[in-house]
Write a protein that binds this ligand. Structure first.
Ligand SMILES: [Zn+2]
Length: 98
């Protein structure tokens, strides 16, 4: 498996984890995602490329799990909001002030 769309990745996570994710529930699955974001922060701080890559993988996996049990199509949500331009200023690249 080389290139897949976000939707296919989410469906794979569904196949692998949907039952367990459903049993765990939204609240605890969100907590796992939040923990993984903390681990991503630490990996980035540690300047460890391999660890950072691993944590990015965990974040998108847990984000997909959370999307699955809340009935959200991640790919559709992302493309609907971020479609070639910034949703706030409508420019590409973004011209919003910091
Ligand atoms: Zn903008």
């Amino acid at each position: 498996m080389k290139n897949i769309h976000i939707r296919e990745f989410q469906k794979m996570m569904h196949r692998l984890y949907f039952l367990r994710d459903t049993e765990r529930g939204v609240k605890d699955t969100y907590r796992w995602l939040a923990d993984e974001l903390g681990e991503l922060e630490e990996a980035i701080k540690g300047n460890d490329k391999k660890a950072t890559e691993n944590e990015f993988a965990d974040v998108i996996a847990w984000l997909s799990s959370l999307a699955n049990i809340t009935g959200i199509d991640l790919e559709r949500a992302a493309i609907n909001k971020y479609s070639q331009k910034c949703p706030k200023c409508q420019q590409a690249p973004c011209q919003c002030t910091f």
